[in-house]
Design a protein around this ligand. Structure first.
Ligand SMILES: Cc1ncc(COP(=O)(O)O)c(C=O)c1O
Length: 378
């Protein structure tokens, strides 16, 4: 079995017919059929497209699943997963879920009679206590955005198996290079591939990976029926991005450590959330289920006005909504990524008006530090 670093380069081997090292972009909506109602092969790109298929296979291999499915955004991928459920079903999700995920559950799926409870996923007993007769699934996001709360994936999947529930894990923050939830018994892995999988802040995309063949059939049925698929060119961009996932993640994790240590020593900073600090409450657990910290460092400067001052004065770091690109990105979760989350839930997860999220890029760390230093001058 090839190691992940090698699989990233050789998992999707281009085109065997022409020898093209890069997977061709099949910019086609429909394919010639040889018989009426042809079985197998390619027919129509909503159902299947060769470039998207190469990406889906590559993601399945990287996550240790049997099949992958690529969508036009992370939210389209999550929506397809939630389409597995029906009126009367109940979902238990981590209270630290990405704001867009809780928005689609609270504002869209609630209209179709699907209920959701948000629970502190660091306490397995609290999850168990929230299980109702109609509960169908547990939704994990670890580490969480933006305060990096860690969930014990194995403990949650053990509980789910005991109680006959499915588990979904949003693996966006780690990517399969650092964490493979299917290995810990998760049924469905989801990515906002917009982030590390693409890696260059140029493509919006989502991916679902599953192991079980029946579940794979259901997700494919939903993908083809609802149609939120990823186009061939964007699929190719992700295949290209994946080649450098390993070296990007290594460099970003290394830079994140430098930034976290520098931030912790600054008098302006009250609190730093970083998975590489031994005093982080999820430090040991994260180390037991992921191979590195990832690149997110969040820090609280104690004063909302000062946080805005820093965000408006940065020059090298980009003030923007997103993370996981090669460039360092900063945001104010309170009004940006978590703007749609109710105030009490934000405060429960540490999202204050003065919390800044930094997604560390692959620049020289000294330049990122110099930029933040000049931005902190009052
Ligand atoms: C953890 C997580 N899940 C899902 C999403 C949604 O993905 P997208 O923006 O690609 O629709 C995001 C986006 O920020 C995210 O951070």
């Amino acid at each position: 079995m090839m190691r992940l670093e090698t699989l990233l380069i050789h998992g999707a081997e281009g085109d065997s017919e022409t020898g093209s090292v890069s997977t061709p972009i099949y910019q086609a909506s429909t394919f010639r059929q040889h018989t009426v109602g042809q079985e197998g092969g390619y027919q129509y790109s909503r159902g299947n497209n060769p470039t998207r298929h190469a990406l889906e296979e590559q993601m399945a291999v990287l996550e240790g699943g049997s099949r992958g499915f690529a969508f036009g955004s992370g939210m389209a991928a999550l929506t397809a997963v939630f389409n597995l459920f029906s009126a009367g079903d109940h979902i238990i999700a981590s209270q630290n879920l990405y704001g867009g995920t809780s928005r689609v559950l609270d504002k869209i799926f609630s209209r179709f009679g699907i209920a959701v409870s948000y629970v502190d996923f660091s306490k397995v007993a609290a999850i168990e206590a929230a299980i109702q007769p109609n509960t169908k699934v547990l939704v994990i996001e670890t580490p969480s955005n933006p305060t990096l709360m860690v969930t014990d994936i194995k403990a949650v999947t053990d509980l789910a198996k005991k109680r006959g529930l499915l588990t979904v894990a949003d693996n966006t923050f780690m990517s399969p290079y650092l964490q493979r939830p299917l290995d810990f018994g998760v049924d469905i892995v989801v990515h906002s591939a917009t982030k590390f999988i693409g890696g260059h802040s140029d493509v919006l995309s989502g991916v679902v990976v599953v192991k079980d063949s029946e579940l794979a059939k259901e997700i494919h049925f939903i993908q083809n029926s609802t149609g939120g698929v990823l186009g061939p060119f964007d699929s190719w961009l992700l295949l290209r991005g994946l080649k450098t996932l390993g070296i990007r993640m290594d460099r970003q994790s290394q830079n994140a450590r430098e930034l976290a240590e520098w931030l912790r020593a600054r008098p302006e900073v009250n609190k730093v959330y970083y998975l590489g600090f031994a005093d982080h409450p999820g430090y040991e657990l994260h180390r037991s289920q992921a191979s590195n910290t990832g690149n997110v460092v969040s820090f609280d400067v104690g004063d909302g006005e000062f946080a805005r001052h820093i965000l408006e004065k940065v020059k090298l770091c980009v003030l923007g909504d997103s993370l996981g690109g090669v460039e360092s990105l900063v945001n104010l979760p309170d009004v940006m990524s978590h703007g749609s989350v109710p105030k009490e839930r934000k405060l429960e997860m540490g999202v204050t008006t003065s919390l800044i999220r930094l997604s560390v890029g692959i620049e020289h760390p000294a330049d990122i530090i110099a930029d933040l230093e000049q931005a902190m001058e009052k």
